[in-house]
Design a protein around this ligand. Structure first.
Ligand code: SPD
Length: 282
């Protein structure tokens, strides 16, 4: 595809009558895995883009807004975390950020689709090279099954999933959050990709309807990602002991000059929701 007038529309929201349109200059690779269609395109304004089933997972231009926030928020609260599990996250961006914390000694990654890892290594090495770090172990397995086989093991679990359609649908269910609670150590934290408060209030309300029964502390925070529907995406913060604001600590990782989005003020601000969305947690 070399036609400079080709645009892609993000499929996720089309059924709701809205779509983000991005002009692409080249299709770099498109494959169909056992689970989904994976595509990498070159765009005019956002660099390379990774799409799964026609939905934007990341772009080179704004991936840091997502990956820094999904990783550093829990790691700057539980600053002694040594063992971290990432479910999903096959592009490597979340692991890249986790490895900036020297206290972390082991990172397990459970990505259902090995093809996501392969394609990311080819097109996004600055993300996927994080998988070569000796602290990282990769399991190409179903996250819902994997989690049930682990008890009292992880300090932090991060679910860097796609949307609740297809293989990721099960990751938005009560049984999965109960199993993650069992897999955490006594003072553990779970952070999960939890959609946009503008477009997905039903999903967020459904998550909190059971999260608040399972975890003593349950909060929602968000980040700005221009290439996601509505330009916003949020995360659940589920914790047994540490409070996301009261227990925030400035760590050495925060002093690194390669953080482009996350800082101590953003950490706190991200938990302040607009008035209309505040009730979604209750
Ligand atoms: N609507 C798209 C949500 C995608 C969230 N996960 C992105 C994976 C980036 N590591």
């Amino acid at each position: 595809m070399n036609n400079k007038e080709i645009w892609i529309e993000e499929k996720l929201e089309i059924k709701n009558g809205r779509a983000l349109k991005v002009r692409i200059t080249k299709s770099l690779e498109k494959i169909k895995s056992e689970f989904q269609e994976i595509e990498v395109v070159e765009s005019q304004s956002f660099g390379k883009i990774l799409l799964i089933d026609g939905v934007i997972m990341l772009t080179e231009a704004d991936e840091f807004c997502y990956h820094e926030m999904i990783a550093h928020v829990p790691l700057c609260v539980h600053t002694e975390a040594q063992k971290v599990l990432v479910i999903g996250g096959g592009d490597g961006g979340t692991v890249r950020e986790i490895l900036k914390h020297d206290n972390v000694k082991e990172v397990d990654v459970c990505e259902i689709d090995e093809k996501v890892i392969e394609i990311s290594k080819r097109h996004f090495p600055y993300l996927a090279n994080s998988f070569d770090d000796p602290k990282v172990k990769i399991y190409c397995e179903d996250g819902n099954k994997f989690i049930k086989a682990h008890k009292d093991e992880y300090d932090i679990i991060i679910v860097d999933s796609s949307d609740p359609i297809g293989p990721a649908e099960v990751l938005f269910r009560r049984e999965f959050y109960e199993a993650m609670f069992q897999a955490l150590k006594d003072d553990g934290i779970v952070v999960t990709q939890a959609e946009s408060f503008f477009y997905h209030s039903k999903i967020i309300k459904s998550l909190f309807s059971f999260i608040r029964d399972i975890y003593p502390i349950s909060e929602y925070y968000y980040t700005l990602v221009p290439t996601y529907p509505s330009g916003i995406i949020g995360f659940t913060f589920c914790s047994t002991k540490y409070h996301p604001i009261d227990d925030f600590k400035e760590t050495e990782a925060l002093k690194l000059d390669d953080l482009k989005y996350y800082n101590k003020d953003i950490h706190k601000a991200a938990f302040n929701l607009p008035t209309f969305a505040q009730g979604y947690k209750y």
